[in-house]
Design a binder for this molecule. Sequence first.
Ligand SMILES: *Cc1c(COP(=O)(O)O)cnc(C)c1O
Length: 376
Amino acid sequence: MITFNRPPYTGNEDKYVLESMRSGKISGDGEFSKRCQDWFEERLGCKKALLTPSCTHALEMAAILLDIGPGDEVIMPSYTFVSTANAFALRGAKVVFVDVRPDTMNLDEKLIEKAITSATKAIVVVHYAGVSCDMDAVMSLARARNLYVVEDAAQGMMSTFKGKPLGTIGHIGAYSFHETKNYTSAGEGGLLIINDEQFAIRAEVIREKGTNRSQFFRGMVDKYSWVDLGSSYLPSDVQAAYLWGQLEKAEEIYIDRMAIWDQYYNLLSQLADDGSIELPKIPNDCSHNAHMFYIKVKGLEVRTDLIAHLKRCDVMAVFHYIPLHTAPAGKIYSRFEGEDIFTTQESERLVRLPIWYGMPTTSCQHVAQSILDFFK
Ligand SMILES: *Cc1c(COP(=O)(O)O)cnc(C)c1O
C-alpha cells in the first residue's frame, strides 16, 4: 500500500534526540529549542519565534494575546481544521465564516469586508496546501478597519507571498510540526510567530504559565511571579532535538517534495486538458512548499469511486475537511456570513494524493497511472 503520509525522517534526528536525552536538560526551552527558535527568527525575520506543543496551542496563544473574549467576532474560512476555530471559540468568541475561493480553497478576500461588524476583532487566514491567501488585500483591509490578522500557516513553512514567508505577514502566525506536515518535531509540535513587537514579551509570559520566568532566566528581573493569564505551552527539548534534525535538512526536504509535486502535475496534465480533473492552481504572487497534492473531480460520487479504485490499486488517497459550519459544534459557535457557494461544493470534489519526503518516483508514477486508468 502506498500510504498517504509518512513522517519525515532525514537521518540525524535520532542522534540529536539522544544528545538531548543525555544532556540533563530535557524540559522546554533547552539547547535544541533555542537552536530551533534562533533558526526561525533569523530565517523569518520575525520579532519572536516560540516553539509550542502544537499549532493548536500556538493559535490558542494568539487568541489570548489578542484579548479575544465573549462578544468578539473572528472572521475565517469554514474550510479548515477545527483548531483554527476552536482556539477563538474557547475564549468565548463567535466564529464568522466566509466562503472560499475555488482556485486556492483559501478564504475569499473580497467577502471579508461584508462580514465585518462592530464586534469584529480579527481575521484568521488559512494558507491551504501551503498556498498563500491574497495577503495584500487582507492586510490593507485590516489596517483600514483596525483589525488584527492571524495567519494559520500550519501547512505553510517554506512558502512565500511576494517573497515573504507565510506566517510573517499578519500580526501573529502559527506553524504546525505534526507528523502530517512537511517538518515534524517527533509527531507533535508547533511554532508561534510574533511579528508585532507589542506581543513579544506577553507571548513569553503566556507560554510560561502566566509568569515572567523567561525574563528571570535572562536576568531581567530578580524573581519571577504570576503576572498574567497563561498555560504551559512549551514542548520538551527532546522534541526540539528531533525538529533540529529536520531544520538542518529543510532545503533537502523542500526540494524532494517539490519534485514529487511537479511529477504529479506533469503526469496528470493530460487529464486536466481533457476536462476529467482539475489540477491545483498557484497564484502568481505565491511560491508554495508542496505540502499537498490534490486534484478535483466532477463531484462527490466520482470522488468516492476514485478513492475506492485507488484503494484497490494499493494507493491511499483521502478527502479533506468537512466544512466547519456544517459540523455539530459549528452550529453552536459560528455563523456563515453570505452564501456557501464554493465551500461545500468544492470540498466534496477534492482528493489528496500521497506525498511525503522520500516517496519513490515509481510510487508517484503508480498513483498517476492508477488515476489515468480510472478515467479511461
Ligand atoms: C495541522 C493543522 C492545524 C493543527 O496543527 P496541530 O499542530 O496538529 O495542532 C491547524 N490548522 C491547520 C490549517 C492545519 O493544517
